[in-house]
Write a protein that binds this ligand. Structure first.
Ligand SMILES: Cc1cc2nc3c(=O)[nH]c(=O)nc-3n(C[C@H](O)[C@H](O)[C@H](O)COP(=O)(O)O)c2cc1C
Length: 241
């Protein structure tokens, strides 16, 4: 029997494929270039729906989307950030701490929208398909939602910055999250002046991107013997887009 046309249509065109990679490689964590322009409801709805279509363990869909727009709440959260950030700066050696303190690591106040993606650890009852032996799979599912949102936002020309420098207990209290709900990602969202071409931490000399070919091992941890996989190794190291 012939395959129906709509079923054979599972390849992207070259242009579509290029757009996906463009989105992946040009996505940035945005902290400092937010514009105040409002993000239209349709755009925000599209990126939230993209998050909602993420994979999730046992189709648990453990996420919620907590939208924060009020300056009062933002200020409360920003204060929590400032306290945690001061503590964080003290954890590095003096030289690194000096660089750390110059980094801009959030855009809570300037970005028009803050969005918290959470994980309700009780969303699907005590026994969840696929989560029977590793309870953290629900958290990983919410992280997949974050990444979907981040990429969809990039495709819309909208910047996203992930802020994780918080005392979790203070954050939960400020947002009135119930006990079973974990804040997974605090995101600052808005249109931007520009997207950098490189991670800001790379440009600031904090860390380099690791060569991906050095991260590859075979059959068991630490086995770097690439006999039979020279082609893959070469393709990875040639940096072909
Ligand atoms: C789980 C997670 C937490 C992060 N927390 C912060 C943060 O608190 N502040 C910040 O400026 N960037 C944060 N980032 C962004 C990273 O610094 C950024 O992704 C990395 O430097 C690579 O840059 P790029 O996203 O622009 O490629 C976080 C990213 C992830 C995935």
């Amino acid at each position: 029997m012939e395959t129906p046309a709509h079923q054979s249509d599972h390849y992207f065109t070259d242009e579509e494929r290029a757009a996906v990679y463009k989105c992946i490689y040009s996505r940035r964590d945005v902290r400092g270039q937010f514009k105040p322009d409002p993000v239209p409801d349709e755009v925000l709805a599209r990126i939230i729906k993209a998050a909602h279509h993420a994979p999730s363990v046992g189709f648990m869909q453990p996420w919620n989307f907590l939208l924060i727009q009020s300056p009062h709440t933002k200020k409360k959260i920003h204060d929590i950030f400032l306290r945690a950030n001061e503590q964080a700066a003290d954890m590095f050696e003096p030289e690194q701490s000096a660089i750390y303190q110059k980094l801009k690591l959030e855009g809570i106040i300037e970005s028009p929208i803050n969005l918290v993606i959470t994980c309700d650890r009780d969303r699907a009852g005590p026994v969840v398909l696929g989560r029977t032996h590793d309870k953290s799979m629900d958290l990983f599912s919410s992280v997949c939602a974050v990444q979907n949102l981040w990429l969809a936002a990039r495709a819309e020309g909208v910047g996203v910055g992930w802020v994780s420098i918080f005392n979790k207990k203070e954050l939960k209290q400020a947002l009135k999250l119930p006990k079973s709900v974990t804040p997974v990602a605090y995101l600052c969202i808005g249109y931007v002046e520009h997207f950098y071409t490189e991670p800001e931490l790379k440009s600031a000399g904090w860390r380099e991107r690791l060569p991906v070919e050095d991260l590859l091992c075979f059959d068991e941890w630490g086995n770097m013997n690439r006999d039979g996989n020279e082609g893959l190794y070469k393709a990875l190291s040639e940096n072909i887009d």
